[in-house]
Design a protein around this ligand. Sequence first.
Ligand code: UDX
Length: 437
Amino acid sequence: MPYRLTVLGTGYLGATHAACMAEMGFEVLGLDVDPGKIERLRRGELPIHEPGLEELLQRNLESGRLRFTTSYEEAAAFGDVHFICVGTPQMQGEYAADVSFLDAVVESLAPHLDRECLVVGKSTVPVGTAERLAEKLVRLSPAGMQVELAWNPEFLREGFAVQDTLRPDRIVMGVASERAEKVLRDVYAPLGEVPIVVTDFPTAELVKSAANAFLATKISFINAMAEMCEASGGDVRQLSQALSYDDRIGGRYLNAGLGFGGGCLPKDIRAFIARAEELGADRSLAFLREVDSINIRRRVRVVDLARELLGGSFDDRTVAVLGAAFKPNSDDIRDSPALDVAVTIAEQGGKVKVYDPAALGNARAAHPHLGYAESAFDAARDADVVLLLTEWQEFLALDPEELGATVAARNLIDGRNVLDAETWRCAGWNYRALGRP
Ligand code: UDX
């Protein structure tokens, strides 16, 4: 009998995981405590913008393999394997992660677990959480030791969530028994040849934190080099290209610009720092504070550069902001560098007009006081400076002449180092980028 799966929490990770597991052939029951979210998912509507996922959701709803509920009792009765996919956001006013949603899932599910099953945590957590939850799970479950926990971190990127789930680089299985390992190997068997690393709980938890810390460090490293280029007249794009040919370094996550944002990298490195301090290992991760600072400094630099282009003040000046999502192909504005810049410029007196192909609704809801536009041209109309802050394909395709005809002044800051400087300069634009002359 194939396992029946539940996915507890249907946010970014959970909605993707549920649809992909159903696509792999499993019967899947998704659960969320938000009845509105469940209603939408039942209708085949995705609460987020993620290429390819809505089709997958609808196809598997139609096949009957994928269903949704708000009932823990139903989930417990249905599932042989329960995946926990709830969020672990940064705590208000602190670096540490808030793991209360995970505790809530275990406390709601466990009292209904009256037979053998495996509960699998996928959320990003401070190391030590799995061991604590494993004990709680057994203590609260009527089936006691027949219920077991495993930790199986998720590495998916927004915008590539389906691809990353169905064709992962690797699968990490933090397990406490051979039985748990076997169940997880069976569940992921339909994916075919994927490197699997079997570990204990702390290692599995640390792999995820370490992966995000490494990616953030790589981005901040190249942005620190951008600062060096700015100080010395070098060109960070050429520098990065030259580095990328060294296999030991590699070219990915080496794009200098406005830096990283989103719901993961910023809060995960902060949670990692906080956990290191709790464990008395603060020195080990002290460098991550600098990684965070470099990242934030890039936002300040864009604001300063824009003000400089406008002669020292934003007063009565119009600023077009292209991009609100933290990265292209996403409507996610969590810790978005682009919106952060827009908000700061508005606070400093600028008349900001923001346009984004997917994230306008979210941006409007979070920052109703900012000005918004319905297209890049609409945003650029009468602008004194144009800021390209999220590298959507449609911005890369903008025509310098056409855009130039709508603005008040041809000032452009390429916050993502994605436009061809020569083309824009030839069209009379005062083109500026981060880390380049
Ligand atoms: C990240 C990790 O990649 C993923 O493995 C983990 O599971 C969750 O966190 P995601 O938040 O979707 O995924 O974003 P990612 O594509 O990694 O980009 C993060 C940020 O870094 C974006 O703001 C992006 O614009 C920025 N970035 C990325 C750079 O500034 N330069 C780069 O070279 C690469």
